[in-house]
Design a binder for this molecule. Structure first.
Ligand code: NDP
Length: 339
């Protein structure tokens, strides 16, 4: 089987990670290739395609979707554009891998998932952290019961937004900028994946810590889980040396993971129980290549991608609740859509 990818958006993530991830040789017996790119800017699109060895360059989405070599699209434009582009791709019968956050509100995200369902194309959300070997190892540890019942979890995902990304994320709320839609949404997905349950409600604060003027550039949240576990998270655009990580604390042990909230295949995990401290051995793999291999399997075997469209909707619901709580100062219950 062969999948021809159409990339919608000449974006940084496409350039830094996703073209290479498509080209990476997977183990699933599927050949993948980026066959076309769409950019609204002709010069930027042409330069990008030339640099990345992509044959087709288009300036509008209908032309890319009409290209018979395109079987699936990867959407990595700014967030306010995801909805119309997913709907157009579904209408053209193309499989869709869409960047997070899926949309700026739940109604739009649900509509996107339903459009893909109706025509029977695969839809995935590109939350990369579920694809990390480290996160997969942590989940296996939790599921094995080695740390007992999970009582609490902490996530540190506070970074310094690189200068080249200090554009719409910090100055364009209408494009879905701000740390909540950028990073909290990833952390919400990580919590849901690792603990295997969806937060009931959240209380959060957001801050303007000096980088963004009108949008939040830092947030802290407490989430309450159906099991009774509490989760605390910290996200930021303005702290260069905090380091990232997460901790999961159970009745029989704790997991300490450092450097794991990242795009790189790095990080260390230590499990501490009555038996002592043990460093987990993890064989790293490229997170985005893993995501694409799972997506290829989803197409060929009618299986689930690593992160479904429905997952993207639920993780967005958590992030939007965080945003609402930060504005209102109130606890916000999360009403997940029923599909
Ligand atoms: P970029 O800012 O790099 O690109 C977004 C859009 O901006 C592109 O589609 C492009 O438009 C336009 N653009 C790109 N470069 C320039 C430039 N030099 N001058 C003017 N316009 C430009 O976005 P990111 O790659 O940072 O993010 C894209 C999406 O991916 C977002 O939804 C984000 O949330 C998500 N993301 C996900 C990550 C993950 O790990 N899952 C990591 C990083 C981002 P055009 O298409 O018209 O060329």
């Amino acid at each position: 089987m062969r999948i021809g990818w159409g990339f919608i958006g000449a974006s940084t993530i496409a350039r830094q990670w996703m073209v290479d991830a498509v080209n990476a040789r997977g183990e699933v017996g599927v050949t993948q290739e980026v066959v076309a790119l769409m950019s609204t800017n002709k010069a930027r699109g042409t330069a990008f395609a030339h640099e990345m060895g992509i044959a087709g360059v288009y300036q509008n989405i209908d032309d890319l979707l009409a290209d018979p070599a395109v079987d699936a699209v990867y959407i990595s434009t700014t967030n306010e554009l995801h909805k119309s582009q997913v709907l157009a791709a579904a209408a053209a019968g193309k499989h869709v891998l869409c960047e997070k956050p899926l949309a700026l509100n739940i109604e739009d995200a649900v509509q996107m998932v339903q459009a893909c369902r109706e025509v029977g194309v695969v839809m995935g959300t590109n939350h990369h952290l579920r694809n990390a070997a480290t996160h997969q190892a942590i989940r296996r540890q939790i599921e094995s019961g080695v740390i007992g019942d999970v009582v609490a979890m902490r996530i540190f995902h506070a970074v310094h937004l690189p200068e080249n990304l200090q554009t719409w994320r910090i100055n364009k709320p209408q494009a879905g900028g701000g740390v909540i839609l950028d990073i909290v949404v990833h952390d919400a997905d990580t919590v849901r994946y690792l603990l295997g349950e969806d937060p009931i409600d959240v209380m959060a604060y957001a801050q303007h810590a000096g980088m963004a003027e009108t949008i939040e550039d830092g947030a802290m949240t407490i989430m309450r889980m159906p099991s009774g576990a509490l989760v605390q998270s910290h996200e930021s655009f303005v702290v260069p040396f905090a380091g990232t990580g997460l901790e999961v604390h159970g009745t029989k042990g704790s997991i300490f993971a450092r450097g794991v909230m990242t795009q790189q295949s790095v990080g260390e995990i230590e499990v501490v129980t009555e038996q002592g401290r043990q460093l987990l051995e993890v064989v790293p793999h490229n997170l985005y290549a893993h995501s694409l291999q799972k997506f290829a399997l989803a197409i060929s075997e009618k299986a689930q991608p690593a992160v479904t469209g429905e997952d993207g909707v639920k993780s967005l619901a958590v992030a939007l609740a965080v945003a609402q709580s930060a504005v209102t100062g109130q606890r916000v219950e999360i009403n997940y859509p029923v599909f």
